[in-house]
Design a protein around this ligand. Sequence first.
Ligand SMILES: [Zn+2]
Length: 170
Amino acid sequence: MGKALHDCIYVIKDEKEPQRYDKSSVHFLIDGANSHLTNNGDRPKDKVALSKSIFNLMSEYEKNGPTNQLINELTKFLEPVRYQCIIQRINRKLVTFHVAHLQHHPDPGILACYLFSNMVSLGWLENLKRCQSSECNKFFLGRSNVKWCSKTCGSRARVKKMRKKNKNYI
Ligand SMILES: [Zn+2]
């Protein structure tokens, strides 16, 4: 299936400069979701709420895929967002961008749904996985046969398995 949107996403925040997102921004989204797993004590309330919203969307998507429930939730949150089509010339080609107009301090739920749904529709979260280490559980992007987010988590899990196995023989 062809891409619905160009690889760049702009968000307009009132009179401030629009913010542009590209594929590298997907890691910020994943880091945002993962920060929900760590201690949130010192973080500002809106950042905590944003992390929680992204975390919940990613959990549902990673576990069950694009269910009706997920689509309904995204639709509900994105209903107030207005879009504008902007045309630009890039390397002698005409390219259209869809610009979302969001409030200066957007509702964390709306921002999370907007970023998440855009990045999913562009295929940027196709390899979204969850680390199988019970002490970690972080989201990451990886091939289908990769179970852990890092070498550290992989070797920790192997040591744990080995210990369990040895225990059974004693
Ligand atoms: Zn991990």
